[in-house]
Write a protein that binds this ligand. Structure first.
Ligand code: UD1
Ligand code: UDP
Length: 370
């Protein structure tokens, strides 16, 4: 028998953990792989990173790069330089990255320059909006990756248009939904926290296009006030957004709204429970659009586009941008929609990570070229 195949899995920001976890567990279960976990530290608060590592059953990371916050160039460069150094000291046969954050693209570039093939989980998603930093990360990561693992049909189509090698594109389904299905029962059994309303709309917001300027943020807050007349809101506030609310002098007024409950970023199971109990979700998150669909909770996405069009096609999501009236109308429309009719996309079945590992087995059996 040959030596174990060395795979480094890179995580760093909140949405990475739920996508990477199932692949890590599936690789370990399969055997024949020596898995290393590298945490870039792009997110570093306990509530944005540490709690997910623990709650999702990760082993202790083999490397903590501790890069923290910074401008795009600085944060990306920090991961690039530090991950390269780590890879040189700890040679790998494959680097596996997930999602579309700065850590994803930086780790990819560091690996391919050392001639280490990269596998990208959640490849092929495109919003078509190059003003979105994640879209640039997706394009660059996919162009450099040797294996492209896709969650929804649009991703396969996008990669085909861009000329990706068909034998390197695998439609596997959604590893983030593997995590959701693993924790769903526990989440559903979690009691409603004291002080939370019985019926509510759940809110998450952190896209720079919504929160980094006062005008769009004010339009969204106005929509939230109108929706709250009929349905109270619970808002799990992202640290970027909290900083902006404070900077724009809005935090005290928002906290004083009687039908709006501000809560800190929630742990994974707590947030899953909060979503499952919600009557409606207002979000600009990528992952939350997908989770809402599987939980059959209607979502209004506060963006003009989505890289996850299957969530709209399956009936669970509608785009509303950040215009006040449009958001309020979309909320009414989605509240009236029949949740039972929402469809769950193919491959969002709890087995996506196993299919990733099946493909990795073949990749290494065939000689693992860049
Ligand atoms: C990042 C990702 C985004 C993802 C989001 C998920 C990029 C370009 N952006 O955006 O794609 O949707 O994570 O949550 O990779 N901060 C803290 N504590 C933390 C982390 C951040 O206080 O643990 C604050 C800092 O002030 C920081 C700001 O939040 O400057 C933004 O953090 P950053 O990682 O740059 O971007 P996100 O908005 O979190
Ligand atoms: N999430 C969480 N607690 C929260 C908000 C989100 O656990 O308070 C989870 C959410 O369920 C999903 C992931 O974090 O699994 C999405 O991350 P985020 O919205 O930060 O990033 P995006 O998906 O937009 O990149």
């Amino acid at each position: 028998m040959g030596r174990a195949v060395r795979v480094a899995i890179v995580v760093g920001a909140r949405p990475n953990f739920m996508k990477a976890g199932p692949v890590l567990h599936a690789l370990v279960a399969r055997g024949g792989y020596a898995v290393q976990l590298v945490n870039t530290g792009q997110h570093y608060d306990e509530k944005m990173a540490g709690s997910f590592l623990r709650d999702l059953g990760f082993p202790r990371p083999d490397a903590d790069l501790g890069v923290g916050s910074g401008s795009h160039a600085r944060q990306t460069a920090q991961v690039l330089a530090q991950f390269e150094e780590w890879l040189v000291a700890h040679p790998q046969d494959l680097v596996l990255v997930v999602g579309d954050v700065n850590s994803t693209v930086a780790a990819t570039l560091a690996a391919v320059k050392l001639q280490i093939p990269v596998a990208h989980v959640e490849a092929g998603l495109r919003s078509g909006d190059r003003l979105m930093p994640e879209e640039l990360n997706r394009l660059a990561t996919d162009a450099l990756s040797s294996l492209l693992f896709v969650t929804e049909p649009s991703g396969v189509e996008n990669l085909r248009h861009e000329g990706a090698r068909p034998d390197r594109v695998s439609f596997v389904g959604n590893t983030m939904i593997d995590t959701l299905l693993r924790f769903r029962e526990v989440a559903l059994a979690t009691p409603r926290p004291a002080g939370w309303p019985e019926r509510y709309a759940l809110v998450t917001l952190h896209r720079p296009s919504n929160v980094d300027e006062p005008a769009p943020l004010a339009r969204i807050l106005a929509a939230m006030q109108q929706i709250a007349v009929d349905l109270p809101l619970v808002w799990a506030v992202h640290p970027r957004t909290e900083k902006r609310l404070e900077q724009f002098g809005l935090l005290a007024a928002v906290r004083a709204e009687p039908r709006l409950l501000l809560v800190p970023p929630q742990g994974y199971v707590e947030f899953m429970a909060a979503m499952a109990r919600a009557s409606l979700i207002l979000t600009d998150s990528g992952g939350v659009q997908e989770e809402a669909l599987v939980l059959k909770v209607p979502a209004v996405t506060l963006r003009e586009n989505t890289e996850r069009p299957v969530t709209v096609a399956c009936g669970g999501n509608v785009l509303a941008g950040n215009d006040t009236a449009r958001i309020v109308t979309a909320a009414r429309t989605m509240l009236a929609r029949d949740r039972a009719a929402f469809r769950v996309p193919d491959g969002w079945d709890g087995r996506a990570a196993e299919r990733v590992v099946d493909r990795l087995d073949r990749f290494f059996a065939e000689g693992a070229t860049l």
